[in-house]
Write a protein that binds this ligand. Structure first.
Ligand code: ADP
Ligand code: MG
Length: 438
């Protein structure tokens, strides 16, 4: 019977899905029309129930009758036998620790400190000098108030002062995705070792993403324990307090609470102006104090202020001018508009090159589309003053490929390429029209 049920299931499930999810799926027992299946871990269990629950239920009923039922159990992971077969041995780096690259602009120097974040700043600075002293650190605030910046500042500081330290920074979403991939590939041991054993400092950003993701929570819990026990630094960033992480297991919440909990509040208008000035300084451009005063009446977090300032800078670069009244018009359009300059740029490129926006943002490499992309990147850099990193984000491309593309266009322009020149001129015209709300 066991075999029959499994075979019937296999027939109804695509090969790819079978190989991804059912390889260690087995019937543990059948008792009174109730089938107990077993899988390797809770993550697969969750997934099978969500994605294939209906099919499984149907197959079970086909064999055992309408009133039959099933459940899926999993083999409990014991934390202490993970990797125990491997000796710790000499620390020869087999593979470098994969680290999400830190944004080099997110440093302590570039962070404005005021009443709103002074405590958090001091804790992070102290932790940079003495990793593991406050452990864990749980940082929370509303969105856009500087958590990621502060957490990465610690990472950047440590990498600079002690390049041998292995700093792992990643969002909880990235953590989960990597976990899923490792399960599919059968490399969970490596995945675990990477974070549990090789990281000296683990920063998990946006923990709230794991709400409702039980399996990833459990995996993170074990990782957390392993790192914490080894006395290595853990930092968790969240958009809410530990208690507000609804559905996280209480033992996990109490882990978060056993260290230091720090909060960033909303900056005052005065501090926002200082932050605005910092943003301008980093962009190597200026906007009058009067305009900044106006902006901080409307935008009350560093993130939205940052967005508004970028918009003004883009305009200033296109037209070579900026004034309070222009800023006011732009901002009022900005609030109404659903599109940003960057989005409009993609739209215009698609029109000019007779393709879709999706194609421009895809990884397609047809000549026409690659060319459109390069022109767009160059325009974003030279006309809208966006950094290569920002451009990478907009176009879904790696930093190095952006740099390479910019170089190519630069060289062609130097050689007097008129086609490119004309495309840029045309784009300039179109984006200006958009900026003026026409
Ligand atoms: P969060 O992670 O809390 O949502 P971010 O760290 O992404 O916020 O900050 C949003 C933007 O605002 C970033 O560009 C960041 O550099 C900037 N920013 C935030 N706080 C400050 C600050 N105190 N000084 C300077 N820039 C800041
Ligand atoms: Mg963030």
């Amino acid at each position: 019977m066991e075999k029959k049920i499994l075979n019937a299931l296999k027939e109804r499930i695509s090969r790819q899905n079978w190989e991804s999810w059912f390889l260690d799926f087995s019937v543990k027992k059948i008792e009174n029309k109730h089938v107990v299946f077993e899988v390797g871990n809770i993550f697969i269990k969750d997934r099978l129930e969500q994605k294939f629950g209906k099919i499984i239920s149907k197959v079970v009923r086909d064999f055992l009758g309408k009133d039959s039922s099933f459940e899926i159990t999993y083999k409990e992971i014991k934390n202490d036998n993970l990797g125990s077969t491997k000796t710790d041995g000499p620390l020869i780096k087999k593979k470098p620790l994969l680290i999400t690259p830190l944004n080099p602009k997110y440093t302590f120097q570039n962070l404005i400190v005021g009443e709103f974040n002074r405590f958090a700043y001091n804790v992070f600075l102290e932790a940079s000098k003495n990793p593991g002293y406050y452990n864990p650190i749980f940082l929370y605030s509303g969105v856009g108030l500087g958590k990621t910046h502060l957490a990465q500042a610690l990472g950047n500081y440590i990498l600079e002062t002690d390049p041998d330290m292995k700093v792992a920074y990643l969002t909880s979403e990235e953590f989960m995705n990597e976990m899923i991939i490792s399960i599919k590939k059968g490399t969970t041991e490596e995945f675990r070792e990477k974070y549990r054993k090789k990281a000296d400092i683990l920063i998990i950003d946006d923990i709230q993403f794991l709400i409702g993701k039980k399996a990833a929570q459990i995996e993170l819990f074990h990782t957390f324990n392993a790192i914490h026990e080894a006395g290595k630094q853990i930092i968790i960033c969240s958009d809410r307090t530990p208690q507000e992480l609804k559905d996280f297991h209480s033992r996990m919440i109490s882990r978060f609470q056993m260290g230091l909990i720090v909060k960033i509040s909303k900056p005052s208008k005065y501090d926002l102006i200082r932050i605005g000035k910092k943003i301008l300084e980093l962009k190597e451009t200026e906007i009058s104090e009067e305009i900044l005063e106006y902006l901080v009446q409307i935008y009350d977090t560093p993130r939205v202020l940052h967005g508004a300032i970028l918009k003004l800078i883009a305009y200033k670069n296109l037209f070579g001018e900026m004034s309070l009244s222009i800023a006011q018009t732009l901002i009022s359009n900005y609030k109404k508009e659903t599109k940003s300059f960057e989005e409009q740029l993609i739209t215009e490129l698609a029109k000019m090159f007779d393709c879709s926006s999706e194609e421009i943002l895809s990884s397609k490499r047809t000549k026409n589309i690659s060319f459109a992309r390069k022109i767009g990147m160059y325009f974003a850099n030279k006309y809208l003053n966006l950094s290569t990193r920002e451009i990478g984000k907009i176009f879904n491309k790696s930093h190095s490929s952006v740099v390479q593309n910019l170089k190519q266009i630069e060289n062609s322009l130097k050689d007097g390429n008129l086609i490119i020149k004309n495309y840029l001129r045309e784009l300039d015209k179109r984006i200006k029209r958009f900026a003026e709300g026409k």
